[in-house]
Write a protein that binds this ligand. Structure first.
Ligand code: COA
Length: 406
């Protein structure tokens, strides 16, 4: 079996192989054809081919920017389109593609990659760890009242803006611009390259499927948030995503969505687990959580570079023993944080924590407390207080959240 890079000429065979791996038939051109896949970067993708020339596996990568704690933007490979034909599974095809892909990412100078996992058992062995989480929040309309304004706080912020209702087809540029402002300040968020919006690739509201869009504007009329939604025949209003550049804008959009007449319930498909919305409802139990799940998985390819790239909010020193069994690497690093910046150098000092690179990926964006992984038996703490110090160090200015599907 050979793993080879693809070119634009391979697009059809790549997508056909991927569809077969997922047990899907190719979409008919009349139904939008391959629009979903039109943003694939064919110079970054891999095809596994048998000795007699049959394609049996695919793996791809997008070029994204990821927002790290401290509003720091770094390049991140978004691993995608991973599949192996049912006839060729459990023979090491994925393992070979992952090995080749990680080598290529490093050769390009990338120091981290991210992905969304179809199944949670697949990627940890390749060094990925779940790093951001998301929930679906369902609010019955009859319990949808938001807390009455009090003296201060986001729910009470005086309404200085306005909400305008548009059709998706009318407002692509506004969505692109607002999303871009939002993602630059949100740890864990990914860029959506212009090409995605221009091609209509991906899921709504990037693709122009019929949707209503509530656009929020500030007092000067500048768009600063939106919610993309549809209402089903059963009177469920489903929100694809609510993008807001601050909490008061989110509240204004939530108030609009929850106040929609002829709707039995409002479903927010993607809410960060610690989002204040549940606390803003008069009836705390009105917000029913479901699909509480991992979203973005992170894989560090260069530990010192990754740790020095992000922003830090507490001073301190930790020695980390990091094991990377898939790449056959091990390193011990002294992480020193001073005034928001980290230094990370090899050391032979005694370690504070021993951990797998996949666990370092999980804690990297600040969305998973190292102490939780110590208690789970993933991370080993070598002295009392090490886990608590790691919690304080790795915390981000706000919980990371990602809602981009790729
Ligand atoms: C997931 C998938 C790509 C795995 O490909 P594969 O070529 O069978 O994987 P490998 O043979 O390299 O497996 C490597 C190891 O991972 C394990 N593994 C692979 N897929 C697994 C899964 N879905 N669940 C649990 N373990 C899995 C294998 O058992 C093997 O373990 P071992 O080394 O202890 O024997 C393939 O099953 C597939 O295409 N599934 C459907 C599409 C999909 O879910 N793609 C992922 C999108 S994010």
């Amino acid at each position: 079996m050979e793993i080879r890079s693809t070119t634009d000429q391979d697009l059809d065979v790549f997508v056909d192989t991927l569809h077969a791996a997922f047990g899907r038939f190719p979409e008919a051109p009349a139904e939008g054809g391959r629009v979903r896949w039109s943003a694939l970067e064919m110079d970054r993708n891999l095809l596994a081919v048998t000795a007699d020339g049959r394609p049996v596996g695919t793996a791809g990568a997008y070029s994204f920017e990821l927002t790290l704690p401290g509003e720091i933007l770094v390049p991140a490979a978004g691993v995608t389109a991973v599949g192996v034909l049912p006839s060729h599974r459990r023979q090491g095809v994925l393992t070979a593609m992952m090995r080749r892909q990680l080598t290529e990412l490093r050769a390009r100078g990338e120091f981290l990659s991210v992905l969304l996992a179809s199944e949670a058992l697949i990627y940890r062995r390749f060094g990925y760890g779940p790093a951001t989480y998301t929930q679906r929040l369902t609010v019955p309309r009859h319990q949808a009242a938001l807390a009455l304004p009090r003296a201060r706080g986001t729910a009470d912020a005086p309404a200085t803006g306005s909400v305008e209702l548009l059709r998706r087809a009318e407002c692509g540029e506004i969505l692109e611009e607002v999303y871009d402002r939002y993602r630059r300040a949100q740890p864990g968020a990914l860029s959506r390259p212009h090409r995605w919006w221009a091609l209509g690739a991906g899921q709504p509201p990037i693709c122009p499927a019929p949707r209503y869009v509530a656009v929020h504007r500030d007092a000067d009329g500048v768009p600063d948030g939106y919610a993309s939604y549809s209402v089903s025949e059963h009177n469920t209003l489903t929100v694809d995503e609510t993008i807001a550049t601050d909490d008061a804008v989110f509240t204004a959009l939530a108030r609009f969505l929850l106040g929609h007449d002829l709707v039995a319930q409002v479903v927010f498909k993607h809410v960060a687990p610690d989002h204040p919305l549940r606390w803003q409802l008069v009836d705390f139990r009105a917000g029913q959580v479901s699909e509480d799940t991992d979203w973005l998985w992170v894989r560090l390819l260069d530990v010192p570079r990754a740790l020095t790239a992000r922003g830090w909010f507490t001073d301190g020193e930790l020695v980390l023993d990091v094991d990377d069994p898939f790449l056959g690497e091990q390193g011990r690093y002294l992480l020193t944080v001073r005034d928001g910046k980290a230094d990370c150098v090899p050391t032979d000092r005694e370690p504070d924590l021993s951990l797998d690179v996949s666990d370092l990926g999980s804690v990297y964006l600040g969305g998973t407390a190292p102490s939780t992984l110590v208690r789970a038996g993933h991370i080993r703490a070598h002295r009392p207080g090490a886990a608590a110090l790691a919690d304080a160090l790795f915390r981000a200015e706000r919980s990371p959240h990602c809602l981009h599907w790729f």
